[in-house]
Design a binder for this molecule. Structure first.
Ligand code: GLU
Length: 449
């Protein structure tokens, strides 16, 4: 499979299936993806499952589902290191034959347990990291490090290096926590006669408390973000900005995947830690949500409404769509906020006539008689608006001047209350537009007659 024509970029997606792919992994994969697409390169997918006790099929499936949901497709694979053992055995044998590795007791003066150790040339390894610049490390302190438990059970650094060589990897783009792996891996590549790839170590992602991003900061997997109602486009957009920006004073924040591919370059990756901000993510998600067309938005929104209320939305789709378009869309930054709206009973009054106490109807010191008089006049004015002109603008215009004269609260408070029965709700014009003429006037007239 060796494929290393000089100019073709080849990157890798190499998750270890020992846990659920998390946001840090996804950011690394995304940067690989953007770079490969930008260069017309290929992406090789492989599961680094050398730790057989901790690797699980379930985590592989989880990773693949995450990638497909986010549209991070790859060109080759998925391979599994557990299915490529002959490559590692060959490499171990080659290294031993060339006296670059040797069998030895696991511990000095040990109990007969043998391992394979790398014959460390004890030199200074120098490499130029795209982000961090030149890095020099004296490898002497590593000693003759263990590269395999036996010819049949290679350890992590060896499998990575054998695969990178075999798969023709030109660029290793990974989290900064792997910087310390690099000198060992370079020594092994040199010993195996492979080409050293270009290394790019991405800055750490930290929470707003400056600590490494983790569970206590909130969601960590794509599944969790999806459950909260974040869109794939928003996650991709936001993760791309964690450690990268287009530079040259470009202040844009919203990028489609195609735009990211266009703009992306490894040279613009930052060296300092990237802070994960839910405020920024929510803002970006909100903007992506606003781009969704009416049907898509409605369908997605209904996923977050309980079956009980969902039934009502489905029974009167026109009204349901209006609620989503006029009340929900402008307000929320992620779909799960609909759950809070439902819990605050913010949808009930569109589907059933609320019971309203006289005392709630009255605005400040107006008194019940005056309030009912105002509602009667309000009803008369609204009655004149034809059904096909019953919309926010016309409703507002019809009451605006008069309510301005006698005090807006005196008109709008009882009107809103009679329609919704709620302490908090959208303005009465929005509510009336959603309810329609017959239902709106019905609610008012039943009370004043
Ligand atoms: N399997 C490693 C991980 O998931 C990949 C590290 C690398 O990119 O070399 O962290």
């Amino acid at each position: 499979m060796t494929e290393n024509s000089k100019d073709k970029v080849i990157v890798r997606f190499p998750p270890s299936p020992t846990g659920r792919l998390h946001i840090g992994n996804i950011r690394s994969l995304l940067f690989n993806y953007l770079y490969a697409k930008k260069c017309g390169g290929d992406i090789v997918m492989r599961f680094e499952d050398t730790d057989e006790a901790r690797s699980k099929k379930e985590y592989e499936d989880f990773a693949l589902k995450t990638l497909s949901d986010l549209g991070l497709d790859f060109d080759r694979g998925p391979f599994r290191q557990s299915e490529r053992k002959e490559f590692y055995r060959d490499a171990i044998e080659t290294l031993i034959r060339n006296d670059k590795a040797f069998e030895a007791e696991e511990k000095e003066g040990g109990d007969g347990e043998k391992v394979i150790r790398f014959r460390n040339p004890n030199k200074i390894v120098t490499f130029v990291d795209t982000v961090k610049g030149e890095i020099k490390i004296d490898t002497t302190s590593f000693g003759d490090f263990v590269i395999a438990r036996s010819k049949k059970s290679p350890l992590y650094h060896l499998t990575v290096v054998v695969d990178d060589i075999d798969m023709g990897v030109t660029d290793v783009i990974r989290g900064e926590d792997h910087v310390t792996s690099t000198p060992r891996q370079i020594l092994l590549i040199e010993a195996l006669g492979g080409n050293i790839p270009r290394y790019t170590h991405l800055p750490l992602i930290i929470g707003d408390d400056k600590k490494k991003l983790g569970k206590r900061h909130g969601a960590v997997t794509w599944n969790e973000f999806k459950g909260l109602g974040y869109l794939p486009e928003a996650i991709i957009n936001y993760l791309a900005l964690l450690g990268w920006n287009p530079g040259n004073g470009d202040e844009r924040e919203i990028f489609s995947k195609e735009e990211l591919i266009n703009e992306f370059s490894l040279e613009k990756v930052n060296n300092s830690p990237a802070t994960f901000s839910y405020i920024k993510l929510d803002d970006i998600n909100r903007q992506w949500m606003l781009k969704l067309d009416k049907e898509k938005y409605y369908k997605k929104a209904l996923e977050f409404i309980s079956p009980k209320i969902r039934g009502r939305f489905e029974e009167s789709k026109e009204k349901g769509q209006k609620i989503i378009e006029k009340v929900v869309r402008e307000r929320i930054s992620k779909f799960s906020e609909i759950i809070d709206m439902e819990n605050e009973n913010e949808f009930d009054y569109y589907f059933s006539n609320p019971v309203v106490a006289d005392s709630d109807l009255v605005f400040k010191t107006d008194g019940l008689d005056k309030t009912l008089e105002i509602l009667t006049k309000t009803s008369d004015i609204l009655e004149k608006i034809p059904v096909n002109e019953w919309n926010f603008e016309n409703l507002k215009n019809s009451l605006w001047d008069w309510s301005g004269e006698i005090g807006r609260g005196s008109v709008l408070h009882p009107l809103r209350t009679i329609l919704t029965g709620a302490k908090r709700s959208p303005d009465p014009f929005t509510v009336m537009e959603i309810l329609g003429k017959e239902e709106s006037l019905g609610r008012i007239n039943r009370r004043i007659s």
